[in-house]
Design a protein. Structure first.
Ligand code: G3H
Ligand code: 13P
Ligand code: ZN
Length: 332
């Protein structure tokens, strides 16, 4: 058993309370690689932001859970080395799909876990979440649950359509499950193709797709029913068009990739939404920089030559999100 406290990590309780009260959101960045971890820590330290580093089941399979745990410990020490006296870093399991996986993470240094029972019938979702909460709280680990289903791919669970969270269920769900935060479905979705062209309109000037707006009425109704309760938005990458254009200009093929407009995420951050999940934008920033580098320097074959600009591009993106969208800068 390794407690996250031994690793210098924190759970989400205090940072979420401050974020809800302060009208900003904590960035939750997925990571699988050393360069992503370095870029996340550099961005968080430079902007004085708390940060959630999250690991999916797929990331654990790719990079190995033990390695990722020590990388999170390394992130804390690296933040201190960069001059941050009191880093506020959470190691979070993203889309945990079983009690056993959540328990394994809690026993191995995670400070927060998500149990995603959103595809289960309502009562089963409550029962599974409650079981995870009981174990997690005994170890002072916080738990994110999900109610409502996002369109797109939730790890291995594919959902063609989005089922918005039903506001009339949130009080009963949070009370009976005991979860510390709740991921809701208001029209975001995972990946770089969040909406089909048919669901969007086209900007007549640029020809770019304009996605349908998020269901803020549902968010506000949820906030009314659960005052001050921490709400989470998954699938919140903006899929920056300049990165998509760079990828496409250098041999990539991402037609009609579209994300959530940043103005809407800015608005959500000011509400009870206190955690915003971003993974795809990091993938796009990394891929754009690498494709461009390969095109410009065909003779390069040392990974450091192309991973360095990739890391810099991700760092720029993380800083932009923290300062210009979520507003979590200057909070340490
Ligand atoms: O919500 C899913 C995250 O983007 C993680 O994706 O399962 O491909 O690591 P992954
Ligand atoms: P994006 O695919 O929009 O980055 O969402 C990531 C996410 O929700 C991780 O849980
Ligand atoms: Zn997600």
């Amino acid at each position: 058993m390794t407690s996250y406290k031994e690793l210098g990590l924190v759970n989400t309780r205090e940072m979420f309370a401050k974020a809800v009260a302060g009208g900003y959101a904590i960035p939750a960045f997925n990571f699988n690689t050393l360069e992503q971890m370095q870029a996340i820590v550099q961005a968080a330290v430079e902007t004085k932001s708390p940060v959630i580093m999250q690991v999916s089941k797929g990331a654990r399979n790719y990079a190995n859970g033990t390695i990722l745990r020590y990388m999170a410990q390394g992130a804390v020490e690296y933040a201190k080395e960069l001059g941050c006296a009191n880093p506020q870093i959470v190691l979070h399991l993203d889309h945990g799909d079983s009690f056993e996986l959540c328990k394994d993470c809690i026993d191995n240094g995670f400070s927060s876990v998500m149990i995603d029972g959103s595809a289960l019938p309502y009562e089963e979702n409550i029962a599974l979440t409650k079981k995870v909460v009981e174990y997690a709280h005994a170890h002072d680990v916080t738990v994110e649950a999900e109610l409502g289903v996002l369109a797109g791919v939730e790890d291995e669970v594919a959902s063609e359509v989005s089922h918005y969270t039903k506001p009339e269920e949130v009080e009963d769900f949070s009370k009976r499950s005991g979860c510390d935060s709740l991921a809701i479905s208001i029209g975001t979705s995972h990946g770089a193709y969040k909406f089909t062209p048919e669901q969007c309109t086209r900007d007549p000037k640029t020809g770019k797709l304009v996605p349908p707006p998020l269901a803020f009425d549902i968010l506000h109704e949820i906030e009314k029913r659960l005052p001050g309760f921490p709400i989470v938005l998954h699938g919140s990458s903006s899929v920056p068009q300049d990165e998509v254009d760079t990828i496409n200009a250098h041999g990539g093929k991402l037609p009609d990739a579209v994300g959530i407009p940043e103005e809407q995420l800015r608005e959500a951050s000011k509400s009870a939404v206190c955690k915003i999940n971003i993974d795809s934008d990091s993938r796009l920033a990394m891929t754009a920089a690498i494709r461009k580098h390969f095109d410009e320097y065909p003779s390069h074959f040392d990974p450091r030559q192309y991973l360095k600009p990739a890391r810099e591009n991700m760092k720029k993106m993380y800083i932009h999100k923290i300062v210009e969208v979520l507003g979590s800068n200057d909070k340490l």
